[in-house]
Design a protein around this ligand. Structure first.
Ligand code: SF4
Length: 176
Protein backbone atom coordinates (compact mmCIF):
# COMPACT_ATOMS: atom_id res chain seq x y z
CA UNK A 1 0.00 0.00 0.00
CA UNK A 2 2.92 2.33 0.76
CA UNK A 3 3.79 4.60 -2.15
CA UNK A 4 0.42 4.29 -3.88
CA UNK A 5 -1.27 7.45 -5.04
CA UNK A 6 -3.96 8.42 -2.53
CA UNK A 7 -7.57 9.11 -3.52
CA UNK A 8 -10.21 10.16 -1.02
CA UNK A 9 -13.56 8.39 -1.24
CA UNK A 10 -16.94 8.70 0.46
CA UNK A 11 -16.82 5.94 3.10
CA UNK A 12 -20.15 4.37 2.12
CA UNK A 13 -18.77 3.61 -1.37
CA UNK A 14 -15.99 1.63 0.26
CA UNK A 15 -18.54 -0.51 2.09
CA UNK A 16 -18.62 1.22 5.46
CA UNK A 17 -22.20 1.04 6.87
CA UNK A 18 -22.38 4.76 7.61
CA UNK A 19 -25.45 5.87 5.69
CA UNK A 20 -28.41 7.41 7.48
CA UNK A 21 -30.27 4.08 7.23
CA UNK A 22 -27.34 2.02 8.49
CA UNK A 23 -26.57 0.68 5.03
CA UNK A 24 -23.56 1.14 2.81
CA UNK A 25 -23.26 1.77 -0.91
CA UNK A 26 -20.29 -0.48 -1.51
CA UNK A 27 -19.30 -0.18 -5.14
CA UNK A 28 -17.43 -3.38 -5.84
CA UNK A 29 -16.68 -2.57 -9.48
CA UNK A 30 -15.20 0.76 -8.50
CA UNK A 31 -13.15 -0.63 -5.64
CA UNK A 32 -11.88 -3.53 -7.74
CA UNK A 33 -10.94 -1.23 -10.61
CA UNK A 34 -9.24 1.49 -8.59
CA UNK A 35 -8.31 -0.20 -5.31
CA UNK A 36 -5.55 -2.23 -6.99
CA UNK A 37 -3.69 0.86 -8.11
CA UNK A 38 -4.59 3.57 -5.63
CA UNK A 39 -4.82 3.88 -1.87
CA UNK A 40 -8.43 4.80 -1.10
CA UNK A 41 -8.84 7.05 1.93
CA UNK A 42 -12.41 6.95 3.33
CA UNK A 43 -14.20 10.04 4.62
CA UNK A 44 -17.79 10.19 5.91
CA UNK A 45 -18.55 13.81 6.77
CA UNK A 46 -21.80 13.12 8.61
CA UNK A 47 -20.47 10.37 10.89
CA UNK A 48 -17.05 11.95 11.44
CA UNK A 49 -18.80 15.17 12.36
CA UNK A 50 -20.62 13.22 15.06
CA UNK A 51 -23.99 12.11 13.76
CA UNK A 52 -25.13 8.59 14.73
CA UNK A 53 -25.96 5.59 12.54
CA UNK A 54 -28.83 5.32 11.85
CA UNK A 55 -29.86 8.96 11.76
CA UNK A 56 -32.36 11.24 10.13
CA UNK A 57 -31.72 11.89 6.46
CA UNK A 58 -30.42 15.37 5.70
CA UNK A 59 -31.21 17.87 3.00
CA UNK A 60 -29.95 21.25 1.87
CA UNK A 61 -32.12 24.32 2.31
CA UNK A 62 -31.91 28.06 1.63
CA UNK A 63 -29.45 29.61 -0.77
CA UNK A 64 -27.67 27.38 -3.33
CA UNK A 65 -24.55 29.52 -2.79
CA UNK A 66 -24.44 28.83 0.96
CA UNK A 67 -27.02 26.16 1.78
CA UNK A 68 -27.92 24.92 5.24
CA UNK A 69 -27.65 21.22 6.15
CA UNK A 70 -30.89 20.35 7.88
CA UNK A 71 -32.44 17.13 9.22
CA UNK A 72 -35.49 16.31 7.11
CA UNK A 73 -38.01 15.45 9.84
CA UNK A 74 -36.98 17.46 12.92
CA UNK A 75 -35.54 20.42 11.03
CA UNK A 76 -32.41 20.41 13.23
CA UNK A 77 -29.82 22.61 11.53
CA UNK A 78 -26.35 21.01 11.55
CA UNK A 79 -24.68 23.61 9.35
CA UNK A 80 -22.55 25.47 11.88
CA UNK A 81 -21.20 22.34 13.55
CA UNK A 82 -20.57 20.68 10.22
CA UNK A 83 -18.73 23.72 8.84
CA UNK A 84 -16.49 23.73 11.90
CA UNK A 85 -15.74 20.03 11.43
CA UNK A 86 -15.11 20.60 7.73
CA UNK A 87 -12.54 23.33 8.44
CA UNK A 88 -10.63 20.92 10.72
CA UNK A 89 -10.94 18.02 8.27
CA UNK A 90 -9.70 20.10 5.35
CA UNK A 91 -6.71 21.07 7.48
CA UNK A 92 -5.90 17.43 8.21
CA UNK A 93 -6.47 16.36 4.59
CA UNK A 94 -3.93 18.97 3.50
CA UNK A 95 -1.28 16.66 4.95
CA UNK A 96 -2.61 13.52 3.24
CA UNK A 97 -1.36 14.37 -0.26
CA UNK A 98 -4.64 13.32 -1.85
CA UNK A 99 -4.52 13.35 -5.65
CA UNK A 100 -8.24 12.82 -6.28
CA UNK A 101 -11.58 12.33 -4.58
CA UNK A 102 -14.53 10.08 -5.45
CA UNK A 103 -17.73 11.44 -3.95
CA UNK A 104 -21.09 9.76 -3.46
CA UNK A 105 -23.67 11.15 -5.86
CA UNK A 106 -26.99 12.62 -4.70
CA UNK A 107 -25.72 13.28 -1.17
CA UNK A 108 -26.29 16.63 0.60
CA UNK A 109 -22.87 16.21 2.17
CA UNK A 110 -20.83 14.51 -0.55
CA UNK A 111 -22.24 15.14 -3.99
CA UNK A 112 -20.18 17.13 -6.50
CA UNK A 113 -23.37 18.72 -7.85
CA UNK A 114 -26.99 18.12 -8.63
CA UNK A 115 -28.26 18.08 -5.04
CA UNK A 116 -31.67 19.67 -4.58
CA UNK A 117 -31.76 22.83 -2.43
CA UNK A 118 -35.15 23.20 -0.74
CA UNK A 119 -36.90 26.43 0.09
CA UNK A 120 -38.27 26.93 3.62
CA UNK A 121 -41.71 25.97 2.26
CA UNK A 122 -40.35 22.59 1.19
CA UNK A 123 -40.08 22.94 -2.57
CA UNK A 124 -36.83 22.14 -4.28
CA UNK A 125 -35.91 23.87 -7.51
CA UNK A 126 -32.18 24.71 -7.32
CA UNK A 127 -29.24 22.35 -7.35
CA UNK A 128 -25.80 22.55 -5.85
CA UNK A 129 -22.92 20.51 -4.41
CA UNK A 130 -22.88 18.85 -1.00
CA UNK A 131 -21.68 20.83 1.98
CA UNK A 132 -18.39 18.90 2.40
CA UNK A 133 -17.63 18.35 -1.27
CA UNK A 134 -18.21 22.05 -1.98
CA UNK A 135 -15.66 23.04 0.68
CA UNK A 136 -13.22 20.39 -0.54
CA UNK A 137 -13.43 21.61 -4.14
CA UNK A 138 -13.02 25.24 -3.07
CA UNK A 139 -9.98 24.46 -0.93
CA UNK A 140 -8.35 22.02 -3.39
CA UNK A 141 -9.47 23.38 -6.78
CA UNK A 142 -6.77 21.48 -8.73
CA UNK A 143 -7.49 18.04 -7.26
CA UNK A 144 -9.59 15.95 -9.70
CA UNK A 145 -12.98 14.96 -8.30
CA UNK A 146 -15.72 12.74 -9.64
CA UNK A 147 -18.85 11.00 -8.42
CA UNK A 148 -19.09 7.20 -8.47
CA UNK A 149 -21.99 7.52 -10.91
CA UNK A 150 -19.79 9.50 -13.30
CA UNK A 151 -17.07 6.85 -13.19
CA UNK A 152 -19.36 4.24 -14.76
CA UNK A 153 -18.67 6.07 -18.01
CA UNK A 154 -15.39 4.72 -19.41
CA UNK A 155 -14.32 8.03 -20.91
CA UNK A 156 -15.00 9.93 -17.69
CA UNK A 157 -13.20 7.24 -15.68
CA UNK A 158 -10.13 7.43 -17.95
CA UNK A 159 -10.14 11.21 -17.71
CA UNK A 160 -10.36 11.08 -13.92
CA UNK A 161 -7.54 8.54 -13.61
CA UNK A 162 -5.32 10.52 -15.98
CA UNK A 163 -6.07 13.67 -13.98
CA UNK A 164 -5.14 11.91 -10.73
CA UNK A 165 -1.84 10.62 -12.15
CA UNK A 166 -0.96 13.99 -13.70
CA UNK A 167 -1.75 15.77 -10.44
CA UNK A 168 0.38 13.29 -8.50
CA UNK A 169 3.35 13.84 -10.84
CA UNK A 170 3.07 17.61 -10.53
CA UNK A 171 2.91 17.39 -6.76
CA UNK A 172 5.94 15.11 -6.61
CA UNK A 173 7.92 17.44 -8.83
CA UNK A 174 6.88 20.41 -6.67
CA UNK A 175 8.00 18.59 -3.53
CA UNK A 176 11.31 17.78 -5.21
S1 SF4 B 1 -22.77 9.98 1.18
FE1 SF4 B 1 -21.13 10.92 2.41
S2 SF4 B 1 -22.12 11.57 4.30
FE2 SF4 B 1 -23.51 10.12 3.30
S3 SF4 B 1 -22.97 8.13 4.21
FE3 SF4 B 1 -21.78 8.33 2.32
S4 SF4 B 1 -19.83 9.19 3.03
FE4 SF4 B 1 -21.30 9.52 4.69
Amino acid sequence: MAGRIKIGISSCLLGHPVRYDGEDRRDRALIDALGKYFQLIPVCPEVEYGLPVPREPMRLTGSPASPRLVAVMTGVDHTDGMLQWIAEKIESLSGENLCGFIFKSRSPSCSVGGVEVYSPSGGGNSKTAGIFSRAFMMHFPMIPVEEEAGLYNARARDKFIKGVIDFSRKERRARG
